[in-house]
Design a protein around this ligand. Sequence first.
Ligand code: ATP
Ligand code: MG
Length: 362
Amino acid sequence: MSDSATATRPRVLTGDTPTGRLHLGHWVGSIENRLELQEDHDCFFLLANMHAFTTRSEDADEIRADTLEIVRDWLAAGIDPNRSCVVLQTEVPAIAELTWFFAMLVPFNRVMRNPTLKTEIDSKGLGDKYSFGFPMYAVGQCADILAFRPVYVPVGEDQVAHIEMCREIARKFNQVFCGVDPKTEDEDYEAAGGVFPIPQAKVGRVARLVGCDGKQKMSKSLNNAIFLSDTPKQVKKKMGKIYTGRQSPDEPGVIEGNPLFQYVDAFIHDEERVAELKRRYEAGDNLGDGHVKVEVADAINELLEPMRQRRAEYEGPDGDDLVIDIIREGTKRANDLAEETLWKAKEAMHLDFFPRDLGLGS
Ligand code: ATP
Ligand code: MG
């Protein structure tokens, strides 16, 4: 197999799990960076539908619907399918195969110590009843990433622990199967003969946007999200829910750690206005929480309005077909690259008995 599937531009991989629609946390944590990176990188955006089954295996219908909704959200947000690949995880078999290989390079206890998994078990109330596949998704995510041999992975802060494990697995594979010296600098692993680069997390300008419960991370699964597809009215209503504990417009308020002001900082771009709001809030100068919430909701609606319009193009009677065509095309290109990666990994593992052509690519 040749390297022709591999474009010359540096690559980027990231993705979202179809456990619901996309929200403002995705926007500030990862999507803004994706839009910037798609200008001069070869980007692969993964629909992690296999991973959705790890917590919602009885909701196959919803997972399918959410998969299409997430693509609509991406397109609405400005992801350009002519430049970037939209990839369906379950149609890229190399990812599942690499997951097995990688699972044998990482101790079970290392996976279970992953702080992101621990937090998810708590916040999603999984107790001790979660499937065997649930912790496996952390290893699967390493395969999602490394199948594309990317330089960057744009993610929110909650994912950094996963990327760290991915970097450990990439180093280990290169050391065990390609004979790369463990003292090699991360950026030199490929030049030293490794199959995999050591990819870097690229965290967004807001690393962890709090949800409108004012407590937990905004999350699809926690009923605290403002979705990119919400109507102006829904945005206003949800902003209204943020609880700051302050009683009246004349009470001096606290900015530090105040969830409402995380939204002010994230979504109001007029710096002078932000400074003015903070000054009056801290001084108790007749500025109520309700007023600040309305200003933030207006700023969010201004951001979302062009997305609502772009989204409408993919919501008509042919909407699903258009979206599925985009997924099909992106997944073909993704398979060219992922099959190439798998072959390189098999060569390194002395599993290159004969090449295969599953007819998956373009
Ligand atoms: P789930 O509740 O199913 O875990 P989620 O809302 O956490 O969903 P994911 O699909 O797990 O969303 O995450 C997709 C990407 O968005 C990841 O890179 C993640 O770090 C980022 N992200 C998610 N929520 C936030 C947030 N509140 N702030 C910043 N980044 C976020
Ligand atoms: Mg998550």
